[in-house]
Design a protein around this ligand. Structure first.
Ligand SMILES: C[S@@+](CC[C@H](N)C(=O)[O-])C[C@H]1O[C@@H](n2cnc3c(N)ncnc32)[C@H](O)[C@@H]1O
Ligand SMILES: C[S@@+](CC[C@H](N)C(=O)[O-])C[C@H]1O[C@@H](n2cnc3c(N)ncnc32)[C@H](O)[C@@H]1O
Ligand code: SF4
Length: 377
């Protein structure tokens, strides 16, 4: 039974210089039509599904909060129509600071949303401008205050470090400001320069002054140290939470469990099959017009692939991969199956054994990608 769902809203009011997620500039887009087809996709998918109460629902983007009040109402009513919630559901909406009026916030609350994840990135207004964001630090304070006033008690922000021109001192200031917010969860990502973004083109022309590897590592160390000092537990390479506020939805991914993915470009892991939807709006909507699901490809990972996934997803979690759970799932001992890879990384002090767990060392957090890749045979 699948009890997690991701829903993608691919519209943004502006396009940030670093972002390569599936999104289009909002103006002139068939947003209402998109929401109709999203309704159709969810209906088609869930009509034959065994009765499920959803434990996690995550509305991401793009920018879900770029929808207007009527469109938000429509989206929430689709979800309410087809997706019964478990009592302890974690229902997240991603939001851009400055986007949420009191009216939109109370609609979300009334619709059952109980977690908001704001894309803050940095509190330095100069840097915000440089990375192509339109919000400013003051919008973050206002939005979080408004979300609290509307009754939200589980609020997260995303930060990006290693931004062009950012110094360690600057990042420390962003962190210090973040801790004045009294919220429950933080994600801290290091900037990835993705192909086809403004930043990628600047980089190729030698015009992107990124801080460099040493500064990036120093910022990450600072992030981890400061989070710990403030009582936020690191539970994944980039994620920190007050006890009990770890993101259950994102843990579904790292625990290698099944989930639905609805909307343009969304991916899902449904009944053993990894699937992804068409990204471009027209390609997503066309099959639905004929009553068909907009799936580009569906692939069932072999047992060997599932074991690899269990490792490279699970090792992202600070508590690591449970040996006994692995054995239960695959009737194989990971210490034997991946003996060589694990041994090599223990020798390099990137992995460690801790009771029933295989997990990264602190040095391993910095070099996670090197470790994960070695598990893909
Ligand atoms: C895809 S956005 C969607 C939510 C919302 N539109 C926003 O901008 O916050 C989710 C998060 O991904 C992170 N992100 C996007 N592009 C990134 C990149 N190139 N490097 C690191 N983090 C990135 C940002 O922190 C962002 O908040
Ligand atoms: C970068 S993460 C940020 C999560 C946030 N830090 C939190 O704690 O809630 C969220 C982004 O990942 C992407 N994403 C997550 N699940 C997805 C899925 N199943 N299919 C496609 N994109 C997905 C979306 O672009 C979404 O905006
Ligand atoms: S970071 Fe968020 S707001 Fe910016 S372009 Fe990407 S999805 Fe849109």
């Amino acid at each position: 039974m699948i009890n997690a769902a991701y829903i993608h809203i691919p519209f943004c009011e502006h396009i940030c210089h670093y972002c390569d997620f599936n999104k289009v500039f909002l103006k002139g887009q068939p947003v209402d039509e998109y929401l109709d087809y999203l309704d159709k996709e969810i209906e088609l998918t869930l009509v034959d599904a065994p009765y499920t109460k959803f434990k996690t629902i995550f509305i991401g983007g793009g920018t879900p909060t770029a929808l207007n009040v009527q469109q938000l109402e429509k989206l929430l009513s689709t979800i309410n129509k087809y997706m019964p919630f478990a009592e302890d559901v974690e229902y997240t909406f991603e939001a851009n600071p400055g986007d949420l009026s009191a009216e939109k916030l109370s609609l979300l609350r009334a619709g059952g949303v109980n977690r908001i994840s704001f894309g803050v990135q940095t509190f330095n207004d100069e840097l915000l401008k440089r990375i192509g964001r339109v919000h400013r630090a003051k919008d973050v304070f206002q939005s979080i205050e408004a979300a609290k006033n509307a009754g939200f008690e589980n609020i997260s922000i995303d930060l990006i470090y290693s931004l062009p021109g950012q110094t360690l001192a600057d990042f420390k200031e962003t962190l210090a400001t973040s801790f004045t917010l009294d919220i429950q969860h933080y994600s801290g990502y290091s900037l990835i320069i993705e192909p086809k973004t403004v930043f990628y083109n600047l980089m190729r022309k030698g015009k992107l002054p990124t801080p460099g590897e040493d500064a990036e590592a120093a910022m990450y160390e600072t992030l981890m140290d400061e989070m710990e000092k403030q009582g936020f537990e690191q539970y994944e390479i980039s994620n920190f939470a007050k006890p009990g506020f770890e993101s259950k939805h994102n843990l579904t991914y790292w625990d290698n469990e099944w989930y639905y993915g609805f909307g343009a470009g969304a991916h899902g892991y449904v009944n053993g099959y990894r699937r992804s939807n068409y990204g471009p709006l027209k390609k997503y909507m066309d099959p639905l017009k004929e009553g068909k699901l907009p799936i580009i490809e569906e692939q069932k990972p072999t047992k060997a692939e599932q074991m690899e996934e269990e490792m490279f997803l699970g090792l992202r979690k600070i508590k690591g991969v449970s040996i006994s759970r692995f054995e239960e799932k695959f009737s194989a001992n990971p210490m034997q199956y991946f003996g060589e890879e694990i041994q090599t990384h223990i020798e390099k002090q990137l992995l460690q054994l801790d009771g029933d767990a295989i997990k990264l060392t602190r040095k391993g957090y910095l070099l996670g990608n090197e470790v994960f890749q070695s598990f893909i045979k």
